[in-house]
Design a protein around this ligand. Structure first.
Ligand code: SAH
Ligand code: SF4
Ligand code: F3S
Length: 464
């Protein structure tokens, strides 16, 4: 009998990838994914620990799931509750203590053991089963081959963990040391994804451009630029992206790949966090603002139409008005297609959390607002600038209105247009008519892509 599995994913795209793999691992046990936790046989929360709110959300969601579990118990059924991901890794004991009704708690590098954990939980008499080992090599070796049809765009984790230890960040602790998968495994997985319907692949890693994997032929290790060039040879692979990059790992070879590989999309998420040298240093980012500017210039030389995005933290301990002004100034100089900004959130176990000069919440709020206003204005201008251009759009999913599809531009913008269902999962040329604050709208550039248009081809026999 099929059992219903509900997975809720928080945090970054690596968690999205991991959640998909968890579903793959549980499929042979009879679990199939369902869209709601209400009558699920198993609920997994795949969690994120990056900011304080992220972890708190997990505990409040667990409270709701507990009620569902009790309701099911009253009806003579059960529900296995699992907590996965970075909160599980960092606060596994705390979860078992605060939420003892949770059956299994497991970190990002141990979910390959899910079937054993589920079996152990069944014998554990309500005791929470906890597994937070770092066994990343084993994890990738044990992942089953996915057979599920994916959409036109797929994630592929090539690198895990982080050795950078930025002073604010929990990732090196929750995900462990940097690990790169061998090139042969990645190429094989990419080919499988293509066979299952993908035409776009986003290579994932906490430090994806630090990837350096064993070469398939046993020769010298490859770096990311080489991997991208090899991936570009795969049939049907029309779009390659990678995220998230660290500025220090933007090598000349990787930048050159942006000039050479047409399927490498002209869009790069390159977080800088702050525009002030003092703060960059205190954050242990290991580069200054000038270095960042130089990298951006080189990228734009290599690929003039490249668009950039970034992450920013405001209110890092010790950040002054002047430092913050440097951040605004950096944003103005670089000009982003979009960017994320966050108020600094002290994380347990990280060096910055114990700094004595923490910035006032009210000041953080103010800075966040002015930074976001600037970023939003840049995004709106970038989008407005698309108007009148014709660009390839990957049509991914139906829109809200009948006959509408939503796709992605090369620059990751959502594009709304009228298009036949037959074009779904395909790349079509779209002429952009309007660029709004968060998305674009347009029309198919070739009228004969639209059904119901007069056919002017040679097999037109009943001309009026
Ligand atoms: N590996 C990526 C991103 C990791 S986390 C990188 O190196 O850029 C994603 C983003 O969350 C970070 O870029 C940072 O902007 C933000 N972030 C991380 N820790 C944070 C904290 N303690 N408070 C606020 N934002 C944080
Ligand atoms: Fe965190 Fe820095 Fe590593 Fe990114 S590079 S994951 S921000 S420690
Ligand atoms: Fe969050 Fe872990 Fe990703 S902390 S951002 S889910 S690596």
């Amino acid at each position: 009998m099929t059992k219903r599995l509900f997975i809720k994913t928080y945090g970054c795209q690596m968690n999205v990838y991991d959640s998909e793999r968890m579903a793959d691992i549980l499929a042979p046990l009879g679990y199939a994914e369902t869209a709601s936790p209400d009558d699920a046989d198993m609920v997994i929360l795949n969690t994120c620990h990056i900011r304080e709110k992220a972890a708190e959300k997990v505990f409040s969601e667990l409270g709701r799931i507990r009620k569902l579990k009790e309701r099911r118990k009253a009806d003579g059924n059960d529900m296995v509750i699992g907590v996965a991901g970075c909160v599980a890794q960092a606060e596994g004991d705390e979860i078992a203590r605060r939420a003892p009704y949770v059956d299994i708690v497991f970190g990002p590098q141990s979910y390959q053991h899910l079937p054993e954990m589920v079996a152990r939980a069944a014998r554990a008499n309500g005791q929470t089963v906890l597994e937070t080992d770092f066994d990343v090599e084993d994890k990738f070796d044990k992942l089953p081959e996915t057979s599920a049809k994916n959409g036109p765009t797929a994630f592929l984790t090539i690198q895990e963990g982080c050795d950078k230890f930025c002073a604010f960040c929990v990732v090196p602790y929750t995900r462990g040391a940097e690990f790169s998968r061998p090139a042969a495994d990645i190429l094989a997985e990419a080919r499988r994804l293509m066979a299952n319907g993908a035409v776009e692949i986003t290579l994932l890693g906490q430090n994806v451009n630090a990837w350096h994997g064993a070469a398939p032929d046993g020769g010298a290790e490859w770096a990311l630029g080489r991997l991208i060039r090899e991936l570009a040879e795969i049939d049907r692979l029309a779009r390659i992206r990678y995220t998230t990059s660290h500025p220090l790992e933007m090598t000349a070879d990787l930048i050159a790949a942006h000039a050479e590989v047409p399927t490498l999309m002209p869009y790069l998420h390159l977080p800088v966090q702050s525009g002030a040298d003092r703060i960059l240093h205190a954050m242990n980012r290991r580069h200054d603002r000038d270095t960042y500017f130089r990298i951006v210039d080189k990228l734009r030389d290599a690929r003039p139409d490249i668009a950039l995005s970034s992450d920013f933290i405001v209110g890092f301990p010790g950040e002054t008005d002047r430092d913050f002004a440097d951040t605004l100034n950096l944003v103005t100089r670089v000009t982003y297609a979009q960017a994320y900004s966050f108020k600094y959130s002290p994380r347990p176990g990280t060096p910055a959390a114990v700094e004595t000069v923490q910035v006032d919440e009210a000041v953080k709020d103010e800075r966040l607002q002015s930074l976001q206003a600037l970023i939003n204005a840049q995004q709106a201008a970038f989008n407005a600038d698309m108007s009148g251009r014709t660009m390839p759009v990957l049509l991914e999913r139906p829109g809200r209105h009948a006959g509408q599809l939503i796709g992605r531009s090369p620059y990751m913008q959502a594009v709304h247009l009228l298009a036949p269902e037959s074009l779904r999962n395909q790349i079509a040329d779209v002429t952009i008519e309007q660029g709004g604050a968060n998305s674009l709208s347009g029309r198919l550039a070739r009228e004969d892509d639209m059904p119901g248009k007069p056919d002017t081809g040679t097999d037109e026999v009943h001309a009026a």
